[in-house]
Design a protein around this ligand. Structure first.
Ligand code: NAP
Ligand code: ZN
Length: 353
């Protein structure tokens, strides 16, 4: 199937219109017309080859909301016209212990990511949701529940599930003391979701500028990370800290904020962090952990939870041709709090590869 999208052709040029092929429907595939796609900081990292594995051209985008337009011969979960979503994962081995538990993101045979992954059958590089269409095997397609606003639901597919999963893993519930470092796309969803679970939520931000926003999103407090006195006063006060910072940074200031047996979970920047002092980790039986995305079943539970409790991302809707400005603003943390591309603004004709 021919489709159009926006692609990067190297690590420094802007994204440009791009025509490419989606695979012909396999028996268990669903073809989707994309209506909206969120803009994640990972799209920017991948476009810039920050992680060193990008193959060009690359079409980013893994916060996809759309409508089913065709189904494979043995794909029975969805019908044409259904509103559906696709997140960060499009395939896995489906047989290992992790896949059988519904933790496809931890697949022993390496999960296939929505873009910059390798198709398990053809070996082609997968291409993401800054496009008119996508073809995905049905087990990796999510259902948009009734009552969930499709124009703002997209960011739940990455920012939402990536913060929801650690909240579930570490058992956050009413009264849990949760801190969120970095109030961006992931951070604002972490605040909303933790607040919806009844937690006491503190935002840890670089400045005081987002205080009013943090409170409006459901936080109870804001801690400025450069305020040494306030940071010292917050020692031993959290059960879980979710770190969403997208750049290499020092973890030392955050570890002492954990209470005994509490966890600092890294979901942001992937790669080396500054050396940390092991003394407070050992002495306080504290933990430093990581968490990638979330499984398909857990993602569906999140969508259902958000429909029921009307927890929705804060979205700034953009046209497809505004994506390069949006990337520049994302780099400066100038987004409140997630860009979403209205895919009806994607031009039909685009130059061939
Ligand atoms: P984002 O919208 O750009 O938000 C990041 C926030 O971090 C900013 O709003 C800012 O908050 C803070 N920040 C930015 N630059 C900083 C700096 N130099 N030092 C300290 N804090 C800084 O990004 P996002 O989309 O939420 O993504 C965050 C990170 O998570 C990215 O690295 C992304 O690749 C990663 N990610 C991981 C997964 C996973 O599976 N684990 C999934 C999705 C994304 P303040 O202004 O409040 O300080
Ligand atoms: Zn993402």
């Amino acid at each position: 199937m021919k489709t159009t999208g926006y692609a990067a052709h190297d690590h420094q040029s802007p994204l440009v219109p791009y025509q490419f092929e989606r695979r012909a429907l396999r028996d268990n595939d669903v073809a989707i017309e994309i209506l909206y796609c969120g803009v994640c900081h990972s799209d920017l990292h991948t476009t810039r080859n920050d992680w060193g594995f990008t193959q060009y051209p690359i079409v980013p985008g893994h916060e996809i909301v759309g409508r089913v337009i065709d189904t494979g011969a043995h794909a029975h979960r969805y019908q044409c016209g259904d509103l559906v979503a696709v997140g960060c994962l499009v395939d896995s081995c489906m047989e290992c212990d992790q896949c059988r538990k519904g933790e496809e993101q931890l697949c022993r045979e390496e999960v296939t990511e929505t873009y910059a992954g390798e198709d398990r059958i053809s070996g082609e590089v997968t291409q993401g949701g800054y496009a008119r269409h996508i073809v995905v095997r049905e087990e990796f397609v999510l259902r948009i529940p009734p009552g969930l606003d499709i124009a703002s639901a997209g960011p739940l597919l990455c920012a939402g599930i990536t913060t929801w999963s650690p909240l579930q893993t570490w058992g956050v519930t009413s009264g849990s003391r949760v801190a969120v470092i970095g109030l961006g796309g992931l951070g604002h969803m972490a605040v909303k979701l933790a607040a919806a679970l009844g937690a006491h939520v503190t935002v840890i931000s670089r400045t005081d500028n987002k205080r009013d926003d943090a409170m409006a999103l459901g936080a109870d407090a804001l801690l400025v990370s450069s305020d040494d006195q306030a940071m010292a006063a917050a020692a031993d006060s959290f059960d879980l800290i979710i770190d969403t910072v997208p750049v290499r940074h020092d973890l030392k200031p955050y570890v002492p904020l954990l209470d005994i047996d509490a966890t600092l979970v890294l979901v942001g920047q992937l790669g080396p962090v500054e050396v940390i002092d092991t003394m407070p980790i050992v002495a306080g039986r504290r933990r430093i952990a990581g968490s990638p995305m979330g499984g398909i079943r857990e993602t569906q539970q999140l969508l259902d939870f958000c429909a029921e409790h009307q927890v929705l991302p804060e979205v700034e809707m953009i046209r497809m041709d505004q994506i390069n400005d949006a990337f520049a603003r994302l780099e400066k943390a100038d987004v409140r709090y997630r860009f979403v591309i209205d895919m009806s603004t994607l031009p039909d004709a685009a130059p061939a590869d």
